[in-house]
Design a protein. Structure first.
Ligand SMILES: Nc1ncnc2c1ncn2[C@@H]1O[C@H](COP(=O)(O)OP(=O)(O)OP(=O)(O)O)[C@@H](O)[C@H]1O
Length: 967
C-alpha cells in the first residue's frame, strides 16, 4: 500500500491535464486529491490509486504558487512532506525554504530543450515514435465521431443517430424507448462511451432488474470496454468500515454524550453528519433494482453521479398520490444525478400516466402535473400531423401553408425552407428532445414473424366448476399440486413431438408460472430424457446465467430452454428461431416482451411462434383476441395496452366461463375495430413526430460512412512499433489478428495487456464474430493508454541522428523541432473541440532558417538513422551554444505562430458557444423542455473556456538534431 500524507503533491497518471494534485483527505481505504489548477477533486481507492508522487531533485527548477522560479539545492523532509531549499536562478545566496504545499499547481515537466542540452538523449526511433504519437493524439482529438469508433458493434444507423444526437448535450436526460430488441442497451452504451471518453461524465450508476445484471456487465465489457463494478449487499458490507465491539461501544457513548450536550445547548442546529460513502470507491457501478431497496438510498444518491441509467424503466409504477417504492427510490437518485437515461420499450403503452411518470423523472420542473401534461398532449397532435404532411408532400397546398404559418408565425413558409421548418417543429415539440423511439415500422430489414395456433382438446381433468377463478381457467395446470398434469395435458404431448421433429433446432418455451416451468422441465428431462434447460425466478443469478449459457451453446448445449415469465425480459435469445408460448399473458406488452427475446437485432431467420391452446376455452379466447383481434403475434403492436383497456370489459367475462363461439367472434371483431381505429390515430398522431426526431436516414448514413472510413485507418502499424519499443511479444494469429504477450524484457506493465496475453483484431467483422478477441481501434484502452504513456514520459523528447543522403554535404546540420499547442483544461470542458492539440513542425538549417516545406517528417525519417550515443553526446556538447541560440529563437517564432491558432480557437469558441446559447435561449422561450441548467452550464462553460484557451501554451515537445554523414 502507498503511504499518503495530506499536503503531499501527486500527479494523476491518467489525467495529467489536472495539473499537480495535493492530498487533502485520507481514510484507510480512500484518498482525496485536490487539483487546484482545474478546481477539481478526485477520490480514489488507496490500493489502486492511479497516482505518481512528484518529488524534485537537486538541480531541478521548481515554480511556486506565486509564480517564482527557483533552483533546488537541497531536499529535506518534515512529517512526510518535502521541503525544498531553493534559490532564484543566478542568485545562489538567496536560498529559501519551499514546502511542497507551496508549489505551483500547473506542473511543467522537463522540456525537450533541457533534455537536449543536458545530453539526456533518446534514440532516433523513440523520437519518431513520439512524433507519430503526437500526430495520432492530435487526429483523435479532431475526430467528429469521437466515442463511436471503439465499440464492438455493427454499424446500425438508428443507434448511431441517437448517440450522435445526445453526445454533445450537457448531462443528457433522455428516454431511450426503441421497440423491444432494437438496441436500447447498445444506444445507452454508446452514449456512456462517448460521455466517458470526452470527459463529460466520469461517474456512472446503472440500475437494472436483477436478472439482467450479468448480461449488462458482460455487454458493457465486451462491446464498450467499460468495466463496471457490480454492487450488492455483500460487496457493500465489505466496504463498510469495520468497527470493533470496543470502538462501537465507545462510539455509542460518544453519541449519547453529544446528544445530551446538544439538548442542553439546544441551539437548534443539527449536528454535522460525517460518513464515508462507499459508493465513491468506484467510478462505474452496476446494481440491481432490488439492491436499491436494501441500501441506504440517500447515501447512494449523494455519490455525485454524472449519469444514472435505469433499464426496463416501465417497472417504476406511479400514480399521482401513490408512487411505488421503486419509483421513489429511483427518483431520489435521479434528482441528484446530473444526467439520466431511462430505457423502456413500452413508454406509453402502459398508459399516459405511466408515460408522464417517466418524463417527470427526467425533468420534474418541466412536467409539474399530470393535468398540465394531459392538456399539452392534446396540442402535440396538431404539430405532429402537420410535421408529417410537411415532410411527405412534395408541394404544399395553401391550406397546409396557412396551418404551418399559424403554428410558426415567425417563419417564412415555403417548400425551399422545408428542413428548417421541420427542424423548428421538432425542436418545439416536447418529446423530440427528451425521447427517442424507433420502431420496426421505420427501420427496415427485420425478419418476419409467423404464428402457428395449435388447437387441442381440453382434458377432462381440467373441467372445473364454473365459479373457478380466472387464473385457474387460463392456467388450469396450476390447480394441481404436483406434476401429474404433465402426463394428461395434450400441450405437453404436443411439445414432446415438437422437440422430436425439431431435434437440431433451438426452442425457447415460455409459460407464465414458475411451477409450470419446473414441472415441465422435470418431465421433459427425467421422464422423456430430453436435453432441456430451465430458467425461473427462484434460481439465483448465477444459475440463471448458467442455464442461459447452456441453452446458447450450439455444440453441447440444451435443445430448449423452459422459462417462467422472467425469461421474457431483456435476455438475448436471437440465436433461436422457434418460440413456444405454452400459455398467453393477459398483458399485450408482456406478449411483445416474450416475442422480443427472438425478434431482436441479430436474428437471422423468420421467427416461428407456436401457441398450443385448448379449444372452446379461455385460452382460445386469448389466442384469437391477440391474433385475429390485434395481430399481435406477427406484428409489433404499439397500441396493445390501449386496445386491452378498451376491450377489457368484453374480454374478461369470456376468460372465466365456458365461452360461446358467437361471443368470441363478437369480441374479435370488436377488438379489430378498436385496433384499426387506434392504429389510424397513432399513425396520424404523435408517433410520426417522434419517428422524425428519432431517425434521420441521411445523417445516419453519413455517420456509418465516416465510421467505415475510420475502420480503414487501423492503429495496428503504429501499435506494432510501440510493441517493439516496449518489448511486447507479437505473433501473427491470422490475416486480421495478432497475439500479444508480455515479453521477457518488459520492465513495466503495458496498458491493457494481461499476464496471459491477448488476441487483438483490427477488423470489425472479425471482432463481431469472435468474442474472444479484442477490437483494436484508436479508442481501445490499450491504444489510448499507449499514447498517454508515450506522451507523458521523456523518451523521444531529444535525439541525434545521422542523415544518409549522398546529395547533402557531410557535416550539414539540421534541427527538427516539434512544438505542440495545448490548453490545460479539465476534460469535461472539451477545450479540444476548439483547440485540439496542434502540432507545429519546424526544420531549421544551421542559420536558423525554417525549411520544413522542403521535406516532410516522413520523408526525412526515411533517411535518418541511428547515431551511437557517445558520438551524439559529443555533437551536442560541441554545438551546445548554437543549438541553444537557434532553438530559443525558433521557440519564440513558434509561440508567435501559435498565437494565431489560439486566437482562431478563441474566436471559433465564442462564435459556436454564442450561437448555441442563443439557440437554446430562443428554444427555451418556445419549448420548456430546455432546462435552465442547460443554459447555465453553457454560460459557465463559455467563461471557463475563455480562460483556459487564453492561457494555452506552445512548447517544444521533441527535438532531433540531424547531422549529414554522406551516403
Ligand atoms: N449495433 C449492434 N451490433 C451488434 N449487435 C447488436 C447491435 N445492436 C443490438 N445488438 C444486439 O441485439 C440484441 C438487442 O439489443 P439490446 O439488448 O440493446 O436491445 P433492447 O432494445 O435493449 O432490448 P429489450 O427491449 O429487450 O431490452 C442484443 O443481443 C444486442 O447485443
Amino acid at each position: 500500500m502507498t503511504d499518503f500524507t495530506p499536503g503531499q503533491r501527486w500527479l494523476s497518471e491518467s489525467e495529467t491535464e489536472l495539473g499537480l494534485g495535493i492530498i487533502k483527505e485520507l481514510d484507510y481505504r480512500l484518498v482525496t486529491v485536490g487539483y487546484p489548477a482545474v478546481e477539481e477533486e478526485r477520490t480514489y481507492a488507496i490500493n489502486n490509486a492511479p497516482l505518481s508522487r512528484v518529488i524534485f531533485s537537486t538541480g531541478d527548477t521548481i515554480r511556486t504558487a506565486d509564480e517564482l522560479e527557483l533552483v533546488v539545492t537541497e531536499v529535506n523532509e518534515l512529517n512526510g512532506l518535502k521541503v525544498y531549499m531553493a534559490h532564484p536562478l543566478g542568485q545562489p545566496e538567496d536560498i529559501q525554504p519551499v514546502p511542497e504545499t507551496h508549489l505551483g499547481h500547473k506542473l511543467r515537466l522537463t522540456t525537450a530543450l533541457d533534455r537536449l542540452l543536458s545530453n539526456q538523449l533518446s534514440s532516433n526511433r523513440w523520437f519518431e515514435l513520439r512524433v507519430d504519437a503526437l500526430n495520432a493524439h492530435c487526429q483523435q482529438q479532431q475526430s467528429t465521431i469521437k466515442g463511436l469508433r471503439g465499440p464492438r458493434i455493427d454499424l446500425i444507423g438508428h443507434q448511431l443517430y441517437i448517440a450522435d444526437q445526445v453526445a454533445n448535450r450537457f448531462a443528457p436526460r433522455v428516454l431511450l424507448a426503441d421497440e423491444v430488441g432494437l438496441g436500447k442497451t447498445i444506444e445507452a452504451g454508446l452514449i456512456l462511451h462517448q460521455q466517458l471518453l470526452s470527459g463529460r461524465a466520469k461517474r456512472v450508476l446503472v440500475v437494472v432488474p436483477s436478472p439482467l445484471v450479468h448480461q449488462w456487465f458482460v455487454e458493457m465489457v465486451r462491446r464498450f470496454n467499460l468495466h463496471f463494478s457490480i454492487f450488492d449487499a455483500e460487496r457493500l458490507n465489505a466496504l463498510q468500515p469495520k468497527t470493533s465491539i470496543k470502538d462501537m461501544l465507545a462510539q455509542i457513548i460518544e453519541e449519547e454524550k453529544a446528544a445530551t450536550e446538544s439538548e442542553d445547548e439546544d441551539n437548534g442546529e443539527a449536528p454535522e453528519q460525517t460518513w464515508d460513502n462507499p459508493f465513491l470507491s468506484e467510478q462505474l457501478i452496476l446494481c440491481s433494482t432490488d439492491f436499491l431497496a436494501e441500501c441506504d438510498i440517500d447515501q447512494l444518491a449523494a455519490a455525485d453521479w454524472d449519469l444514472l441509467v435505469v433499464d426496463e424503466a416501465h417497472h417504476l409504477e406511479w400514480a399521482p398520490d401513490a408512487p411505488s417504492d421503486d419509483y421513489q427510490r429511483v427518483e431520489t437518485i435521479a434528482r441528484q444525478a446530473r444526467g439520466l437515461l431511462l430505457l423502456t420499450a413500452t413508454p406509453e403503452q402502459l398508459g399516459l400516466e405511466s408515460h408522464y411518470a417517466r418524463l417527470r423523472l427526467l425533468d420534474p420542473d418541466r412536467y409539474p402535473s399530470l393535468e398540465a401534461f394531459r392538456e399539452e398532449q392534446s396540442h402535440y397532435q396538431d404539430i405532429a400531423s402537420l410535421a408529417g404532411k410537411l415532410h411527405d408532400e412534395a408541394s404544399w397546398s395553401a391550406d397546409l401553408k396557412a396551418e404551418a404559418a399559424r403554428l410558426l408565425p415567425d417563419m417564412t413558409i415555403s417548400e425551399d425552407q422545408r428542413e428548417a421548418i421541420l427542424a423548428e417543429l421538432l425542436d418545439r415539440s416536447g418529446p423530440g428532445r427528451v425521447m427517442f423511439r424507433n420502431t420496426r415500422h421505420n427501420i427496415a430489414g427485420f425478419p418476419a414473424r409467423h404464428v402457428h395456433g395449435i388447437p387441442l382438446p381440453l382434458p377432462e381433468e381440467y373441467h372445473y366448476e364454473s365459479d373457478e377463478e380466472r387464473e385457474g381457467h387460463l392456467h388450469p395446470e396450476t390447480l394441481f399440486h404436483d406434476d401429474r398434469w404433465c402426463t394428461l395435458d395434450p400441450r405437453v404431448n404436443w411439445l414432446e413431438q415438437f422437440f422430436k421433429q425439431h431435434r437440431k433446432e433451438k426452442v425457447l418455451v415460455i409459460c407464465a408460472n414458475r411451477h409450470t416451468a419446473t414441472d415441465l422441465h422435470a418431465h421433459c428431462n427425467y421422464k422423456l430424457g430430453m436435453n432441456v434447460a430451465m430458467f425461473h425466478e427462484d434460481m439465483d443469478l448465477i444459475e440463471r446465467d448458467r442455464a442461459a449459457a447452456f441453452f446458447a451453446d450450439d455444440v453441447d448445449g440444451a435443445q430448449a430452454l423452459i422459462c417462467s415469465e422472467i425469461g421474457s425480459e431483456g435476455r438475448n435469445f436471437q440465436f433461436a428461431h422457434h418460440l413456444v408460448l405454452l400459455d398467453l399473458p393477459l398483458n399485450p406488452d408482456l406478449l411483445e416482451q416474450r416475442i422480443g427475446r427472438l425478434d431482436r437485432i441479430g436474428q437471422t431467420e423468420d421467427i416461428q411462434i407456436h401457441v398450443p391452446y385448448f379449444e372452446g376455452h379461455a385460452q382460445e379466447v386469448l389466442f384469437r383476441w391477440y391474433h385475429e383481434g390485434m395481430d399481435a403475434f406477427e406484428h409489433t403492436n404499439p397500441a396493445g395496452h390501449d386496445i386491452y383497456l378498451r376491450s377489457r370489459d368484453a374480454l374478461e367475462p369470456l376468460l372465466c366461463g365456458d365461452p360461446e363461439y358467437t361471443a368470441i367472434d363478437a369480441l374479435v371483431s370488436e377488438t379489430r375495430a378498436v385496433a384499426d381505429e387506434l392504429h389510424t390515430l397513432m399513425e396520424t398522431g404523435r408517433d410520426r413526430l417522434l419517428e422524425l426526431s428519432s431517425f434521420d436516414s441521411e445523417r445516419a448514413e453519413q455517420l456509418k460512412q465516416a465510421l467505415a472510413d475510420c475502420d480503414e485507418d487501423s492503429p495496428l502499424p503504429f501499435m506494432q512499433r510501440v510493441f517493439d519499443r516496449y518489448g511486447v511479444d507479437q505473433e501473427d494469429h491470422s490475416d486480421t489478428a495478432v497475439i500479444l504477450k508480455p515479453g521477457q524484457h518488459m520492465r513495466d506493465a503495458f496498458p491493457g495487456l494481461p499476464e496471459e496475453g491477448i488476441t487483438m483484431t483490427d477488423s470489425r467483422a472479425t471482432a463481431l464474430a469472435r468474442d474472444d478477441m479484442q477490437f483494436l481501434t484508436w479508442e481501445h484502452p490499450m491504444v489510448t493508454g499507449s499514447l498517454e504513456m508515450l506522451l507523458t514520459e521523456h523518451r523521444g523528447k531529444a535525439a541525434v541522428s545521422l542523415l544518409k543522403n549522398p546529395k547533402i554535404n557531410p557535416g550539414t546540420l539540421l534541427i527538427e523541432a516539434i512544438y505542440t499547442i495545448d490548453a490545460v483544461a479539465p476534460k469535461y470542458l472539451q477545450a479540444d473541440r476548439f483547440l485540439p492539440t496542434t502540432v507545429i513542425r519546424h526544420l531549421l538549417d544551421a542559420n536558423g532558417k525554417n525549411i520544413s516545406q522542403a521535406i516532410s517528417h516522413d520523408g526525412l525519417s526515411q533517411q535518418c538513422h541511428k547515431m551511437d550515443k557517445p558520438l551524439s553526446r559529443k555533437i551536442v556538447g560541441s554545438q551546445k551554444p548554437l543549438l541553444d541560440k537557434l532553438l530559443k529563437a525558433d521557440e519564440a517564432r513558434a509561440v508567435e505562430e501559435a498565437r494565431g491558432t489560439i486566437d482562431g480557437a478563441l474566436e471559433k469558441m465564442r462564435q459556436e458557444q454564442g450561437h448555441e446559447l442563443a439557440r437554446l435561449k430562443a428554444l427555451q422561450a418556445k419549448n420548456p423542455a430546455v432546462r435552465d441548467e442547460e443554459i447555465q452550464a453553457l454560460e459557465a462553460q463559455t467563461e471557463a473556456l475563455e480562460k483556459v484557451l487564453g492561457e494555452a501554451r506552445c512548447q517544444l515537445e521533441a527535438v532531433r538534431v540531424i547531422v549529414a554523414g554522406g551516403a
